[in-house]
Design a protein around this ligand. Structure first.
Ligand code: SAH
Length: 261
């Protein structure tokens, strides 16, 4: 059936998922196939980029910590300018565009310029991370709250989070951009009263060929992330929900690369 949701001059902010192209939605695949120009982030998987038509322009606007290839205002200007040239613009973002994806800024920039803009959701890194480890983000009776939090502070600024609230209760914490601040996250949560034995899961390159699953406890979080390169995306998940249901050695379907208690 033909779709009429992508006329020339429109911008789609498209969730590319965690990396594996099989985790892309059908809709995202269709929009990518119809694009004249694609602006993509550093964390968009290579298998997803392969789906961009040869005729379409591919522009990397990737940001990796510390190395900003384009600032946000420039990205906003580029997508608006491409739409004004009557192109079909796909702005590909890792995971889900609505989670730590600067989507609000890009929607606002398009709206201010009178450019139609829409959002296609994607599988977020936290979903891919727990799926890889064979656990859930929530747990009946034990983890009734889920908090998505970023541990990335703006350059030169302290990490200003409400640690008491994060440490309290039964919440699962899905910490994005948390590798560099892992020691701080550990210390602050412990001093705010979170139990040292709280299970922790770290998934590096979730859904990608280099996927690694690391398990431990909150008290060992600093060590768990030690060997992770700054170039590899890593998600930290903290809470009872990520406690393995059975001993990992008894569960051959769940890959385990490291266990540190
Ligand atoms: N919008 C994205 C998040 C962008 S913030 C989403 O919904 O997933 C970037 C952070 O996401 C990374 O620093 C890392 O913490 C996490 N991340 C993204 N892709 C990942 C992957 N494949 N494996 C592990 N973590 C990932």
């Amino acid at each position: 059936m033909p779709h009429d949701d992508f006329p020339a001059g429109t911008v789609w902010l498209v969730g590319a998922g965690p990396g594996d192209p099989d985790l892309l939605t059908h809709k995202a695949g269709r929009l990518i196939a119809a694009a004249d120009i694609v602006f993509y982030d550093a964390l968009v998987g290579p298998g997803v980029l392969d789906l961009i038509p040869d005729e379409a322009d591919q522009i990397s606007v990737g940001k990796r910590s510390g190395r900003h290839s384009r600032d946000q205002a420039t990205i906003d200007r580029l997508i608006v300018a491409a739409a004004r040239e009557s192109r079909r613009v796909v702005r590909l973002k890792g995971g889900d565009p609505a989670i730590f994806g600067r989507t609000a800024e890009e929607v606002a920039a398009c709206a201010a310029a009178g450019v139609p803009v829409r959002i296609c959701p994607g599988v977020t890194a936290a979903s891919a991370a727990v799926a890889a480890a064979g656990v859930s983000l929530t747990l009946r009776g034990a983890a009734r709250q889920l908090t998505f939090v970023t541990a990335h502070a703006r350059t030169g600024e302290a990490l200003d989070l409400d640690w008491r609230a994060l440490a309290a209760g039964e919440a699962t914490l899905a910490v994005y951009m948390g590798r560099a601040a892992a020691t701080l996250v550990m210390q602050r949560l412990l001093s705010a009263g979170r139990c040292a034995d709280t299970p922790v899961l770290v998934v590096v390159n979730a859904s990608l060929p280099g996927e690694r699953i690391i398990r431990g406890r909150l008290s060992s979080l600093a060590f768990l992330v030690e060997a992770i390169s700054a170039d590899d995306p890593a998600l930290l998940v903290i809470g009872e929900a990520v406690r393995p249901a059975v001993a990992p050695s008894m569960s051959p379907s769940v890959p385990v690369s490291m266990e540190r208690a």
